[in-house]
Design a binder for this molecule. Sequence first.
Ligand SMILES: Cc1cc2nc3c(=O)[nH]c(=O)nc-3n(C[C@H](O)[C@H](O)[C@H](O)COP(=O)(O)OP(=O)(O)OC[C@H]3O[C@@H](n4cnc5c(N)ncnc54)[C@H](O)[C@@H]3O)c2cc1C
Length: 391
Amino acid sequence: MSDKSYLDWPFFEPRHAALEQTLDSWASQHISQQHEPDVDQACRTLVRQLGAAGWLAHAIAGSEYGGAGATIDTRAICLIRETLARHNGLADFAFAMQGLGSGAICLHGSVAQRAAYLPRVARGEAIAAFALSEPQAGSDVAAMQCAAVRDGDEYVLDGEKTWISNGGIADFYVVFARTGEQPGARGISAFIVDADTPGFEIAERIEVIAPHPLARLRFNGCRIPASQRIGEAGQGFKVAMATLDVFRTSVAAAALGFARRALDEAMQRATERQMFGQMLADFQLTQAKLAQMATGIDAAALLTYRAAWQRDQGRIVTKEAAMAKLTATETAQQVIDAALQMFGGLGVVSEQPVERLYREIRALRIYEGASEVQQLIIARELLRAAKNKDM
Ligand SMILES: Cc1cc2nc3c(=O)[nH]c(=O)nc-3n(C[C@H](O)[C@H](O)[C@H](O)COP(=O)(O)OP(=O)(O)OC[C@H]3O[C@@H](n4cnc5c(N)ncnc54)[C@H](O)[C@@H]3O)c2cc1C
């Protein structure tokens, strides 16, 4: 059983601890620990369950659209992701994608767009996706080529997107495409594309080490009404970055959930496994590992909830969110690897909890900005602050 003393930290309000406790007990009763063979079906079911139980209300903003509050509560999102990740990685994924996929609509959508999409997202009746990356534009987002050309009251989309989570099961996609107002990042706009729009297709389903719905998308003369554009033309990059800014800290929280689960598993194994006439936990080498794991988790949690709390205070958290994501994902990878090592051969048996965690954590160090990108963001913010001080 995880140590929950972090819920007493000053970053939280009493409602946060209550939220975590209710979700933890709900997840114990309703979320299966097993991975279902049909990942699409499992994901659809999880989205419906999370919606029906009211958890998805926290993934969107605006009570008039079914949201839990007027604005996004970053600490609530983080606690939900951390708790779900501790129970089941796919449940965390299902929750996170409803938020990431509809985040641009929450933050910059028109009233009509919010009314049309957000209530269904909150109820788990419409599955959302966020389509930014392309084969030649991953870390370098501004290199995107997918184009949207204005034609009267419509836009015509041509190009590809790849690595799109929920690709193949989503009901709508928030798609970023080049509209060409200015070169580079300033010539991109955001659009909502319904999955049944002619000219849109799933070009390829992609299998990854921790299975979840993922696809390459193709747009071929795909016509959408101009009213499906989110925000101003040419502001798409800002829309994408604002959405990622909300959810980047929550990736750190998901990594924390995986790490806490790995520490729980390691503690249990170390106190049950006998060898050389004593328990695995009796060896100082094991104790050093456990100490390092627990310390790493607390350090990552402090950075994560600092960033979440700061964001909820209305402050800019570019550097803090990057520090949290970098530290939590890298630490979780080390914690999970150490836990797996303690299980010996059992650690690499398919579908053992530590084996699953080992596969589940890996992509978090890559998506929503790889660790190297987070390092660059932190350094850029440091250097910018130093320069401003000198002036
Ligand atoms: C499981 C999964 C789910 C995803 N879901 C989505 C989604 O829903 N929507 C979406 O739009 N995208 C999604 N992505 C895409 C993800 O955001 C990209 O994979 C990521 O941005 C990296 O882009 P890339 O894969 O093209 O790698 P590249 O850009 O080719 O980078 C490769 C590696 O280069 C290194 N690197 C990057 N920049 C630098 C630098 N400046 N200096 C030194 N090294 C550097 C990093 O180690 C990086 O991992 C997902 C990816 C995965 C793996």
